[in-house]
Design a protein. Structure first.
Lengths: 181, 237
């Protein structure tokens, strides 16, 4: 069999950044140089998705957030029906996925998450992701979950997460580069 | 879309002759440009259609391995504790091999789900020569019965294997040319994270030529599996 490589044929998270440094500077796309980092924080959650998972396992969650104002950081996330929320990283460039282990406490790990002025943060399958532990019950496709993002410089933002079949997470447009469609 | 001025609808109060006479002559450069765009669009359309139907396009979904990999000469243990020699297991099958761990919330369950759904589209007969093998990279936590329950969540036919030792697991990863799984230090609760490769290796009758990266979609897996199954059938004839 003749085999060739076509990397664009699979789904590469946007951005394809090495994310073992979740607490460091944002590695999102669309960073605008003319945004005043001291301007008022204006985070916009573009979407949140959760993978359907039986209660006995940890569930994945993903989101895309635009920081349209100045610098800020997510200091905590909470998800209904979930005991603990942690931010995880992945080193997709090396074909290795691993986690970010920062100061572990009951609030979860990986926080705070920096949001640079004018930047986008993408938590996508195979890249940075959210781990939901301690599910109260099974998370079934078609259900929704209320997700609360708490910021250092902005009022909390509440978003509705859609629970989808795990395989369908690869079909969510916002997670992937335009060229991959 | 038409670009011929003579077919442009006339104003309600004008006759056709007036419209034809009123239409300014199209500069040659514009006509050439329009023609070029049309040719380009037609060409792209044909290329897209051919690419969609061309089985050889499937090969491009994966990454060619630097050298073909024979089934590692290792014996692992299935979820019933039975020893399984990989060369014997892989023989006469298309075998999709994935290394992961049960506490993984991201790449592992997504990959298992995508593969199970792709395989579910096949008939019992065409499903038979294809098998999925999950090898735990965290044998200390992933007990065989837990692996069985985890895989049953996706497909009861999926095969769960555990290496007898860290050295055996390392030997398997070396054979597959992937970085060894990395176990992070445990926190105060004893929890720890595991780094691991996320590609799926496809062995055709015991030999792997390529691996497919995480993110390969269900529709692509359906085509990939079909092509590998076809190759297996061709080789058997």
């Amino acid at each position: 069999m003749t085999l060739r490589s076509r990397r664009s044929a699979h789904r590469s998270p946007v951005p394809a950044c090495v994310a073992l440094i979740l607490g460091a500077a944002a590695c999102g796309s669309g960073e605008a140089a003319d945004i005043d980092p001291t301007a008022a924080s204006d985070p916009v959650v573009l979407g949140v998705y959760v993978g359907a998972t039986p209660a006995r396992y940890d569930a994945p969650a993903y989101f895309v957030i635009d920081q349209r104002g100045g610098d800020d950081e997510i200091v905590e996330m909470s998800v209904e029906r979930v005991g603990r929320v942690s931010l995880m990283g992945a080193d997709a460039e090396m074909d290795v996925t691993t986690g970010e282990a920062t100061a572990g406490d009951d609030a979860g790990t990986g926080f705070p998450l920096a949001l640079a002025a004018g930047a986008r943060r993408v938590f996508a399958p195979g890249g940075d992701h959210v781990m939901l532990e301690g599910l109260a019950d099974d998370l079934a496709p078609g259900e929704t979950l209320q997700v609360t993002f708490e910021f250092a410089r902005h009022e909390p933002v509440v978003a509705e997460a859609e629970i989808v079949q795990l395989a369908d997470l690869l079909e969510v447009d916002m997670f992937w580069e335009d060229g991959d469609r | 879309m038409t670009t011929d001025a003579s077919t442009t609808a006339p104003p309600p109060d004008a006759d056709a002759d007036a419209v034809d006479r009123a239409a300014p002559p199209r500069p040659p450069v514009v006509s050439i440009a329009v023609s070029a765009v049309l040719v380009l669009l037609i060409g792209l359309g044909v290329a897209w259609l051919r690419g969609r139907d061309d089985p050889s396009a499937i090969d491009e979904l994966g990454s060619e391995l630097p050298v073909p990999i024979d089934a590692p000469a290792l014996t692992l243990f299935d979820t019933d504790g039975a020893p399984i020699a990989l060369p014997d297991l892989f023989d006469d099958h298309v075998t999709l091999v994935y290394l992961g761990y049960l506490n993984c919330p991201d790449a592992c369950p997504i990959t298992m789900d995508v593969l199970s759904r792709a395989l579910a589209t096949r008939t019992a007969e065409t499903r038979q020569p294809v098998q999925v093998v999950f090898v735990t990279t965290d044998p200390a936590r992933d007990a065989p019965d837990e692996i069985r329950a985890y895989l049953d969540r996706f497909d009861a036919s999926f095969i769960g294997l555990t290496a007898a030792s860290d050295a055996e697991l390392a030997a398997l990863q070396d054979a597959l040319l992937v970085p060894g799984a990395v176990l992070e230090p445990a926190d105060e609760d004893g929890n720890y994270l595991v780094g691991h490769a996320t590609s799926v290796f496809v062995f055709d009758d015991g030999v792997a030529h390529q691996r497919y990266p995480f993110g390969t979609r269900q529709s692509d897996w359906e085509r990939i599996i079909q092509e590998h199954a076809d190759a297996l059938g061709d080789a058997a004839r």
